[in-house]
Design a binder for this molecule. Structure first.
Ligand code: 6PG
Length: 232
């Protein structure tokens, strides 16, 4: 059954976007808990989601029934400022949301390849995600599915849940969820902010070449509802 095209919600300010986003997230996560006893939330790194994380951490959800993981991770120490895990622990797993369960993509004692296969088995054991929150880079990457990386085709086609990605235009080796695992979800959101991202989104929506802009592989699929929240 194919779903409606991408829903685009535009906001004048980041604050207005975050407020509306929080309402939708709390409703969907509460519905998941009511229906299945648990809710599974995937978030992304970067600078855009920080205010959202902070506001979400105060929400009166049954956080003990929420499991949170990452769409991708940089291969750095978990306390490194570049770590997405560090970002989530600093801004989201605080206040009421501190009661949530976090599934790390990192295996501190293993290298990237062994860590990716450990992440693979952890992610493969998680059920369909209730909500996936993605960002988008100005090169059209999402999660760590980068147009510049040699692993892109693998990321777009593998049945595995995770893979190692070595972007050439962004720092750090990454572990990324595959397209297949990202789409094993009930709702996908893109959280974008600013005129530059609005331009990239317009280009991504206009064409279907997934290798030029991997974000298109999510925007143009008809399996999972996609909503884009864009501020500015
Ligand atoms: C990462 C993210 C990545 C991010 C975009 C947008 O690890 O960097 O998962 O996909 O969402 O690069 O980042 P900004 O929000 O900083 O623009």
């Amino acid at each position: 059954m194919s779903i409606a095209p991408v829903e685009l919600l535009r906001f004048d300010t980041d604050a207005e976007l975050v407020q509306r986003f929080i309402e939708r997230l709390c409703k969907q996560l509460s519905q998941a808990i009511a229906a299945r006893g648990k809710a599974y939330l995937v978030v992304s790194g970067g600078r855009t989601p920080i205010k959202l994380f902070s506001e979400l951490s105060h929400q009166p959800l049954d956080w003990a029934r929420v499991t949170i993981t990452l769409a991708d991770e940089r291969w750095v120490a978990a306390d490194d400022a570049a770590s997405n895990e560090c970002l989530v622990k600093q801004h989201l797993l605080q206040n009421r949301a501190a009661a949530a369960t976090f599934v790390s993509l990192l295996e501190p004692t293993a290298g990237p390849v062994a860590s990716a296969s450990a992440a693979e088995s952890k992610l493969a054991q998680l059920p369909t995600f209730d909500v996936v929150i993605l960002g988008m880079g100005e090169d059209g990457h999402t999660a760590s599915l980068f147009p510049c990386s040699a692993e892109l085709e693998q990321g777009l086609t593998t049945a595995a849940a995770a893979l190692v990605v070595r972007p050439t235009t962004a720092p750090h080796q990454r572990i990324s969820m595959s397209l297949r695992r990202l789409l094993d979800s009930r709702q996908i959101y893109f959280h974008l902010s600013g005129a530059a991202k609005a331009d990239v989104l317009a280009r991504a929506l206009k064409d279907t070449n997934h290798h030029a802009m991997p974000v298109r592989a999510v925007l143009h699929q008809t399996q999972v509802p996609v909503s884009v929240l864009l501020a500015g």
